[in-house]
Ligand binder design. Structure first.
Ligand SMILES: *Cc1c(COP(=O)(O)O)cnc(C)c1O
Length: 390
């Protein structure tokens, strides 16, 4: 049996007619960038998440970059984030001359640990627009926290927003993997000053290419995103800022409008499959060899972008499953503090032991709304086979 980690073709088959109809409509309209479909999608995403404003941009990575520009992050200023995430979370600050300051993750949720954030800020000097700290690179002013809602589960936003308030920091939520997830009944992306989503194909709301969105309740920040995405032009050819070219295409917005109608249904399907994995692993008696995902009690809605286990002999297991036709992925194999491009940040192995342990143990199993019971049973059976043969 072949069980890919993600199978986008099944989803396509289901909504093919609607997507093709939309594609025709857009192509015939002659309007391809930032048109009526983008505006409608912005309105719908704002409604869906419960924010006042939303702006479509070219990708989740750009949504982060534009957010850093919108809060006015300056050269040499710091942004606290997690080293256990996709690269873009940290590179956004770096791209504008900022300094990613990493805080280790929580062992159970894989999300940034509020205690690690506090450790960085505790001895700092609180200022009007941030907190000045002594860092191994020298004295720097921390301006913002960027929590990531990893794998579909909300970070601890109650503690994080409280810390941000106390230390005068902005909060930019990276909800690229978690649109629709909730913490204490409130949707992720709506706790901070700005929230970002990605429409990359593997995300829960994905298009046939790249796309992203920035949401906020702050009118000024929304306005800045709106003009920064068109090269900082308030009026065409009159540039107030040096922005970037980062616009959402009409085709993508049109596809996303179709798929938004299915988002909650499909997230619920993911939840069912997560619960099914959990029972299958328990029945198989595999809890010595693998550790199941942990759901935080305040994570009132997990949207399961990934189903990530910790596994003994992870790499051997991954290879074994590959031989048996089962696709898996390692999110993430190397902490961002150890990336070659960030050597100048001065981190070394051992700085973030919880992250480093996770990079050696995690394995993302097949997960998508169309995964069948047979496929899930096959995955668990093969995992059992691997450990029994040891
Ligand atoms: C996917 C992702 C991004 C970037 O989104 P793109 O649309 O691929 O640029 C940022 N952060 C996290 C956590 C992601 O998973």
């Amino acid at each position: 049996m072949q069980v890919p980690q993600l199978d986008l073709k099944r989803e396509y088959e289901l909504i093919k007619d609607q997507l093709l109809k939309k594609a025709e409509e857009v192509l015939a309209s002659g309007r391809y960038i930032l048109g009526p479909h983008v505006e409608e999608l912005e309105k719908k995403i704002a409604e869906y998440t419960g924010t006042r404003h939303a702006k479509g941009v070219a990708s989740g990575s750009d949504a982060l970059l534009l957010s850093m520009m919108a809060i006015g992050l300056k050269r040499g200023e710091g942004v606290i984030t997690t080293p256990f995430t996709f690269f873009a979370t940290a590179s956004a600050a770096y791209r504008v001359g900022g300094i990613p300051v990493f805080a280790d993750i929580d062992e159970k949720t894989f999300n940034i640990s509020p205690d690690s954030i506090l450790n960085i800020l505790e001895k700092g000097e609180v200022q009007e627009d941030g907190t000045r700290i002594k860092h191994h690179t020298g004295y720097i002013k921390i301006r913002a926290i960027v929590p990531v809602h990893l794998f579909g589960q909300a970070a601890e936003m109650d503690k994080i927003t409280e810390i941000a308030r106390k230390y005068n920091l902005k909060v930019i939520e990276d909800a690229a993997q978690s649109i629709g997830a909730e913490f204490g009944g409130k949707k992720v992306g709506t706790f901070g000053n700005l929230g970002i989503y990605s429409f990359f194909p593997t995300k829960n709301l994905g298009t046939a290419g790249d796309g992203g969105m920035v949401v906020t309740n702050d009118e000024k920040l929304d306005y800045l995103i709106k003009i920064l995405r068109v090269h900082g032009a308030e009026k065409k050819y009159f540039h107030t800022y040096v922005g970037v070219n980062s616009r959402l295409d009409e085709l993508h917005a049109a596809f996303l409008l179709v798929k938004l109608n299915y988002l909650d249904k499909w997230s619920n399907e993911r939840e069912k499959r997560a619960q099914r994995y959990i029972s299958l692993f328990k029945e198989a008696g595999l809890l010595e060899q693998i550790q199941l995902p942990y759901v935080h009690p305040k994570s009132t809605r997990h949207v399961w972008n990934q189903f990530v286990i910790r596994a003994k002999k992870r790499d051997g297991l991954k290879n074994y499953l590959k031989e048996k036709g089962i696709g898996t992925n390692i999110y993430y194999p190397l902490g961002l503090h150890l990336q070659k491009c960030f050597v100048d940040l001065g981190y070394k192995e051992g700085d973030f032991p919880v992250t480093e342990k996770a990079t050696r143990e995690v394995l993302a199993l097949p997960m998508h709304p169309f995964l069948t019971e047979d496929e899930q049973s096959y995955v668990v059976e093969k995992i059992k086979e691997f450990y029994h043969a040891l």
